[in-house]
Design a protein around this ligand. Sequence first.
Ligand code: BGC
Length: 735
Amino acid sequence: MKKITSILVLFFCIQISYTTQASGPVYKDKNAPIESRIKDLVSKMNLDEKILQLNQYTAGLNTNANNIGEAVKAIPAEIGSLIYFSADPVWRNQIQKKAMEESRLGIPILFGFDVIHGYRTVYPISLGQACSWDPALVTEAAAVAAREAKLSGVDWTFSPMIDVARDPRWGRVAEGYGEDPYTNAVFGVATVKGYQGKNLNDPYSVAACLKHFVAYGMSEGGRDYRYSDVSRQSLWETYLVPYEACVKAGAATLMSSFNDISGVPGSANPYTLTEILKKRWKHDGFVVSDWDAINQLINQGVAADRKEAGLKAFTAGVEMDMTDQIYAQNFKQLIAEKKISMAKVDEAVSRVLRVKFRLGLFDKPYSTVVDESQRYLTPESKAIAQRLSAESMVLLKNEKNTLPLNSGVKQIALIGPMATDKENLLGAWSANGKESDVESISEGLNKEFGTSVKINLAKGCGFDGRDESGFAEAIAATQKSDVVLICLGEKRGWSGENASRSSIALPVIQEKLVQELRNTGKPIVLILSNGRPLELVRLEPLADAMVEIWQPGVCGGSALAGILSGRTNPSGKLSMTFPLSTGQIPTYYDMRQSARPTGGQGNYQDIPTEPLYWFGHGLSYTTFTYGTAKLSATKIKKTEKLTVEVEVTNSGNVKGTETVLWYISDPACSISRPMKELKFFEKKELTAGAKTTFKFEIDPMRDLSFVDSDGKHFLETGDFYVLVNKQKVKFEVTE
Ligand code: BGC
């Protein structure tokens, strides 16, 4: 009886509290369904309030050198969003307070920022992260970035960048997951999951923003902001693939791109923004333009003035204007002229509000303020950074087992502009990363080897220029050492946005340093830190071993030291092909076959056609032996599945980790297909002597079909091949 009474009392209390809340506006009732809250709020908004929701201004010090933003002068309390160049949650809360208390309806502001590869605990650049082939670890890293960002006042990150890119001259290859659509899809989804968590309104979730929609990776000649010729066929089979996967995974928002898509810019493209994204994929979040992308429609030759640019972007499907203030300045007139309907404005506003409601911003608009020591660089976060750095590093070459360094090594010459550098190891777009947080290569080595090995340090040369005055000191340091580690690479500003290069070779001074040190006869280990694949045609023959460490972030020094000492067995494999020379660009693994593939026809006369290292290349300190790949059947119907498996043995002497990459090839189809396409991968650790079976279940519609130039999938009968390691196994698909 007592129990029943308390249940009744509880029920009565809930009723009272619901009635109290329900007496306020529905949009403020946190128990009401989100769609009812949106409808209620939109019905109460006036036109000015609606238009401001569709605009994003900036706040704080702009750290993106490409966009010189103004300091915040008078941020309207009704603004939809701010690009938030600050890490101070107290300051953020003050702005939010203005929105909540000074605006008529109390609509919270959405604070967005570029958190690309970590916030303060900076991880390797995304291109390096993909070389780990460890999406689960990337999810963990993204979750840490989300927590650090959220506790600093960020609700929304402009990431992941999932632009498939095949031209390493383009500086932004650093920001994506390489040349392959499937790899971009897998790592894009992994990152979205890490940012958004199980639920967008979890305390440490931030909203993801897929960018740059779409085909920005097809930047002509690798130059930024240029016209790109993108056929509908390549749009569907290459560039849209990762976007579709990430939209299905629940990514809250997208950013429209700067590039042209064969005459219709990404930021004014109704086919991609409305037909595909909103109608076919049913995305119900919103699209923000890239910085100045609406205004740039004038330069791209599709709008005569700002007003027309705004009209084109909005009607195509861009809901939020990033910084241009074109929507703010022109929409009233466009609506009065009936060029934009109120229904369309309401729909756009609803999309923006939906993301705010989903993030829980109406119910919890303010950031939790905790001390920086609890926010950033916690031991757990650094452990993830350490693992991801180590897993992203790729052992490109290792002649005569130069690595790991053996116990006979008593003195190491540590040479090169990157040896003690910290800033450049952070890479481009390092959010709130600080140089002082970074462990340099030199610090990592000292920690790893302690007093057991003497390190003879000499810079040798700078990143570029012609100053050879440091060569003599570098030669002397090498002569008294057992091995020389030459740390070369690119400055962080050499990749990222607006950082294209006509050549992917390192500056001549760095190559010359290696040639000089080669003359000492000492074993040479090249350590390469860069934001793109490099032209290594002259350096590779001079090196006994080469490790690609990318821009590895805060824990790069000790992650590399672990590989050099043998504490860590390298397991990274390239997510982007290293052409032999710049002239080979574009070279990517899923090219179409030449019409004359034999006899060297159609190749370059003056250079080989094969790249130096294909996508997927990466060595280990152990060897993996592959058994014969076995199919569960050699003939299947279109509706049946097929399993292929291969036994892999660690045939060396140390524990190691192998990633098995499974490809499909369809040599005869109604349209030509890539020579092979990656469809699945799996990574497993094996102790010395151990064996394990890797399996891939082929789902014909998913793995064997092709897409036409309007996104329709077709599955044909005939012969297919599954490729794994060096094997190619045939099977047949029938009706
Ligand atoms: C870049 C975007 C970035 C935005 C905001 C633009 O210049 O292209 O990737 O998210 O600025 O900083």
